[in-house]
Design a protein around this ligand. Structure first.
Ligand code: GTP
Ligand code: MG
Length: 370
């Protein structure tokens, strides 16, 4: 039950405080302009003056309610979202390239991944897999810390000639904390000095027991360079995905998560989003974080401009009011007025959180959660 001072209410109504006090007196309450009245009384008063009540309560603007679950019968199978993690230079991008049959590495500045690429690969049986290539673990961490768990499966890439390195261990810990199943891809087996057995043994120290060691974590020896055992890897992804029975409702207003956003010189604010449920359509009005927008165009990983994007589909979205953050939720709403209302509410919430929470680094949040 919210209370408001007579003064504040009079301001919002654009009426004189004294008139409100008089009216309240007629209704049987003796109050001064500085005193507070409860919500019911305030509403009565508003009606009394012939104003329309526009209650902006939390449930009105908070559209991310937990209870908002799609009924089982509306769910359809969706592709798995696979995040590729591992130590620097262990071949994450090369592996993804090999899987895509294209070559992104050649186009990257210095061969280091500068952004999160999001791609869909079609398997031989026609099923699709969505891949996220991460520049490090920050994106994964920051999305997770904001409650956006977009990943269904993690592929841990370990170079067989280099073995377990600090970021490999970091990736293992993040994956465990997120409770996401892992598939180990032991890469660069074509190289001299490659020692896959050593990798498997060292993984034991971190409680990752692969199949070869009679555990239940799938592992596969690959070479991104020579394209060795890629079918096996895809098969393992497929197997793991089947166990997860991933589903989402396609026929509803879309919800998506931002995996990357930037200000593009020519195109304005651009966000790469991953649709979680529903279908995002050209012309849809949305809120994303505390920004608003209207889908002007969508661009997929092949450069095409689809009119629609369903669950697990990654697309670049154009038509935003500003640049959102990775991990922000994009929600399609009925109209622009509603979008602005929700965006304003979210901005307010963000401000509140900033002022009430002590600054915590992401690393701290992880060690606390683990
Ligand atoms: P970052 O994005 O910088 O973390 O690196 P990454 O893990 O994406 O590695 P990337 O794919 O850029 O590969 C790093 C280097 O390893 C490149 O020079 C690749 O050509 C090489 N490489 C990747 N896979 C293989 C492989 O299977 N065999 C051999 N011999 N070299 C590989
Ligand atoms: Mg890379």
């Amino acid at each position: 039950p919210e209370a408001i001072t007579v003064q504040e209410l009079s301001k919002r109504m654009g009426e004189k405080g004294a008139d409100l006090v008089k009216s309240l007196f007629n209704m049987g309450s003796m109050v001064t302009v500085n005193q507070t009245i409860d919500q019911d009384t305030a509403e009565l008063l508003v009606e009394e003056f012939g104003h329309r009540i526009q209650r902006v309560s939390e449930s009105d603007v908070e559209i991310d309610t937990e209870a908002d679950v799609d009924p089982e019968e509306t769910l359809k199978p969706r592709p798995p979202v696979v995040t590729i993690m591992g130590h620097v230079d262990h071949g994450k991008t090369s592996l993804l390239d090999a899987l895509r049959g294209t070559d992104v590495v050649a186009g990257e500045a210095g061969g280091i991944t500068q952004h999160i690429g999001a791609y869909q690969v079609k398997m031989k049986n026609g099923d699709k897999v969505t891949f996220l290539d991460t520049p490090g673990h920050e994106a994964f961490t920051s999305m997770r810390s904001r409650g956006a768990n977009v990943t269904d499966i993690v592929i841990l890439v370990v170079a067989a000639d280099d073995g377990l390195m600090p970021q490999t261990i970091e990736a293992i810990n993040h994956t465990k904390a997120a409770e996401v199943p892992m598939i180990v891809a032991i890469n660069k087996i074509d190289k001299e000095g490659a020692d896959p057995t050593q990798v498997r043994t060292r993984l034991l120290e971190h409680e990752v027991i692969v199949e070869e060691m009679s555990g239940d974590v799938q592992d596969v020896e690959v070479s991104a360079l020579k394209k060795t055992n890629l079918d096996e890897l895809m098969e393992k992804i497929h197997l793991q995905a089947e166990l997860l029975e991933l589903k989402a409702r396609p026929d509803r207003a879309a919800e998506a998560i931002v995996v990357e956003a930037k200000l593009d010189k020519g195109r304005g604010p651009v966000a790469t989003v991953l649709v979680q449920r529903g279908t995002l359509k050209r012309g849809d009005v949305f809120v994303v974080g505390s920004q608003t927008g209207k889908v002007r165009a969508m661009i997929d990983d092949k450069g095409a401009q689809p009119k629609e994007a369903g669950p697990s589909v990654p697309v670049e979205v154009l038509g935003l009011s500003g640049v959102p953050s990775a991990g922000d939720k994009l929600t399609v709403v009925e109209n622009e007025a509603r979008a602005r209302e929700v965006a304003a509410y979210r901005a307010e919430q963000e401000k509140l959180q900033r002022t009430t929470q002590a600054p915590t680094s992401l690393e701290n949040m992880f060690s606390a959660a683990a």
